[in-house]
Design a protein around this ligand. Structure first.
Ligand code: DX5
Ligand code: ZN
Length: 226
């Protein structure tokens, strides 16, 4: 069984002390740092670009998981890879030539991932499942932190796990949006291996304690997985 990992999303961190916040969550057991890139076109919000990824690269040796919510990602993939992104994911909905885009990510030395919005069926990924390192299932509509979890996302996780077994593929299944103490267990039981959490880590209280609590709940849920 694949290891369960928590990927703190810096979207809900204090950007005036990004390194401090990221370190707190990673020291507490977060093992991948999730970085949300938004362009104001593909999603109705704007966040950060390659210089921030380059700064985060100096703050941790753990994998930087860069989630591109941008139009025409090919234009920026080299810059994010050069900045130190380890994983780069692109939206199926943003890529006309998805195969080419995933190859581009790999050719720049990063692990390619594909993301699907809540309204996009997993079947649309059939032809790229053998070439991705991770599939990211959005469990909210992308653009903002702190939104409500969409429960039907878990059916997509289950379908993906079946598709992976049928094809003997190796990708990891990641979920993003609305992960919190009351939703994380069911996500793990459905087959998620990488859990992104922004608001639940950085939104209130102490990021260190929040991370520990979420990881404990996720690990306990692995014991109930069928
Ligand atoms: C949403 C982003 C998420 C976001 C999740 O568009 O892709 O990574 O940080 O936030 P929470 O965990 O607050 O739902
Ligand atoms: Zn994200």
């Amino acid at each position: 069984m694949a290891k369960i990992e928590l990927a703190p999303s810096i979207l809900s961190a204090n950007f005036a002390q990004l390194g401090v916040d990221a370190k707190a969550a990673l020291d507490a057991g977060g093992s991948v740092l999730h970085v949300d890139v938004m362009d104001g076109h593909f999603v109705p919000n704007v966040t950060i670009g390659p210089p921030v990824v380059a700064s985060l690269r100096k703050a941790t040796n753990l994998p930087l998981d860069v989630h591109l919510m941008i139009e025409d990602p090919d234009q920026f993939i080299p810059a994010f890879a050069d900045a130190g992104a380890d994983w780069i994911s692109v939206h199926q909905e943003a890529c006309v030539h998805l195969n080419r885009t995933l190859e581009l990510i790999r050719s720049h030395g990063a692990n390619p991932g594909v993301v699907i919005n809540p309204a996009t069926p997993v079947q649309t990924l059939e032809e790229v499942l053998d070439m991705v390192h991770h599939v990211l299932v959005m469990s909210v509509n992308p653009g903002f932190g702190g939104q409500k979890f969409i429960p039907s996302s878990l059916d997509k996780v289950r379908k993906l796990a079946l598709m992976r077994t049928a094809r003997r593929a190796n990708f990891r299944i990641e979920i993003d949006g609305g992960m919190a103490p009351d939703t994380i267990g069911e996500a793990v039981r459905a087959g998620v291996e990488v859990l992104v959490a922004g608001n639940a880590v950085f939104g209130q209280g102490n990021p260190r304690e929040n991370t520990q609590r979420l990881l404990k709940l996720a690990t306990e849920a692995t014991l109930q997985r069928v």
